[in-house]
Design a protein around this ligand. Sequence first.
Ligand SMILES: [Zn+2]
Ligand SMILES: [Zn+2]
Length: 308
Amino acid sequence: MSAVFSNSTLNTLIRSDTFKDTFDNVVKFQPQLSKLEQIWASWYTYMNNDILATGLMFFLLHEIVYFARCLPWFIIDQMPYFRRWKIQPTKIPSTKEQLYCLKSVVLSHFLVEAIPIWTFHPMCEKLGITVRVPFPSIKKMGLEIALFFVLEDMWHYWAHRLFHYGVFYKYIHKQHHRYAAPFGLSAEYAHPLETMSLGFGTVGMPILYVMYTGELHLFTLCLWVVLRLFQAVDSHSGYDFPWSLNKFLPFWAGAEHHDLHHHYFIGNYASSFRWWDYCLDTEAGPEAKAEREERMKLKAMNKSKKNV
Ligand SMILES: [Zn+2]
Ligand SMILES: [Zn+2]
């Protein structure tokens, strides 16, 4: 029986043979819930198996959101009108290249990511991640997601920087750098070990959070995964528009930041924000390099002046 309702009698009363009837019962007996909460509750009650309900939901959420978000970028790549905003305008990925990437990403989704997704719910239960309705307040969910963005970015910066050292790069991260001019679909084109270790930032940070606080809602986790997928695909899109988020939030990394990383292979290791690369002087690109060299020159000059 599902844990979506705290009351087991309610569960038995609502559950029906079809999803539609279950949903109608939820609307009838729980009118105070929002539409989204009613759909969520119907899904869990109808499935009557929380492990399967969570596993299937996360798998479908990942597939649908990832590929639906990649599709507009694929279409934009076919339209010359958008070239004016392409960061590396001469490097348009061919359809053949994109199809190769698509095949590889689909295979990795089924082989590498399917297993952890199916074991996710039992772990959620142990940790205290709840599926119960109603959902937490928008403010609570917003603050938690903002925190996950900051923590994931920190993890991503250090793990990604490590992946650029010797053997880690040669045997693992090189695969992701196949494309010097990235495109949406290439966001998850990576070695399985990279998917797992960088993926820890997305899944592991909320786990550490719930281990510390003792409460987190699975719906918050769903929203977080959706937004993180948007961030990952968009940062690989290869386009920087006048309306891109980094134009309004200067600390947001966006495609411009990550495109430079793929272009020059060095620097810009963070995922969502610019502060780690800025503070630790690892910004990528010729401008950042020139500034860095200028600073080093000044430092050396000051040092020699002091010694005179
Ligand atoms: Zn890299
Ligand atoms: Zn990348």
